[in-house]
Design a protein. Structure first.
Length: 178
C-alpha cells in the first residue's frame, strides 16, 4: 500500500527536487500545484543549524548583537547585512506578516535607520550559548511628531558569529515600524 505524504513533507520533497535540478514546471505538475506555488516554497527561509556549535558561546553571541546595534547607530546597512546568515529568519511580532528572511530584516533596518535624530538606547544585552537578548528604547523625529520611548526587546539566535534568527518585540504606540 503506498504511503501518503503530508503537506509539509510534499513541500519539502518538491523543494529538494527543484534544488536537485528538476524544472519548476515539472515539479509543479508532479505535485498538482502551480509554478508560482513552487516558487513561493523555494523563497521561504531555509532552516538553519538546529544546535549551536563550539564557537557559539555567550561571548560570541553577545559580540554579534553589539555589532548589530553599532551598525544601526551608524545607519550602516552593509555592516548589518554582513552579520546575518544567508538563511536568516526575521520576525517582527507586531505585524501580521509571517516570518521572512533577509529582505524583511533589511526593510526593518531601513525603517529604523531612516528616522531622523534617532537613538536606539540599548539598555541591556544578555547572552547564552547560541542566543542573545537585547532590551532597548527607540526615539527619534517623525513627520507627524516624535517617537519617544518605544520600548522593545529583540531575541537573536547566533551561529558561527552570524544572526540566524531575529525576533523583535516592541510596544506599538508611536512606533516607526508599524
Amino acid at each position: 500500500m503506498p504511503i501518503e505524504l503530508g503537506v509539509v513533507e510534499q513541500r519539502h520533497k518538491a523543494v529538494l527536487e527543484v534544488m536537485g535540478g528538476l524544472a519548476v514546471t515539472e515539479v509543479a505538475l508532479r505535485y498538482g500545484v502551480t509554478r508560482q506555488t513552487v516558487r513561493r516554497w523555494l523563497a521561504r527561509p531555509k532552516p538553519v543549524a538546529a544546535r549551536p556549535g563550539p564557537a557559539d558561546d555567550a561571548v560570541a553571541a553577545k559580540a554579534t548583537v553589539i555589532a548589530y546595534y553599532a551598525a544601526l547607530a551608524k545607519a550602516d546597512a552593509a555592516a548589518a547585512a554582513a552579520l546575518y546568515s544567508p538563511q536568516a529568519v526575521f520576525q517582527d511580532t507586531t505585524t501580521t506578516q509571517k516570518a521572512g528572511g533577509m529582505q524583511e530584516a533589511a526593510a526593518w533596518f531601513a525603517k529604523a535607520a531612516a528616522v531622523p535624530n534617532r537613538t536606539m538606547e540599548v539598555k541591556s544585552v544578555i547572552a547564552g550559548t547560541g542566543w542573545s537578548v537585547a532590551r532597548w528604547v527607540f526615539s527619534g523625529d517623525a513627520s507627524n511628531g516624535v517617537y519617544s520611548g518605544v520600548r522593545g526587546a529583540t531575541v537573536f539566535e547566533v551561529r558561527d558569529g552570524k544572526i540566524v534568527r531575529q525576533t523583535v518585540y516592541y510596544s506599538l504606540p508611536g512606533s516607526p515600524f508599524s
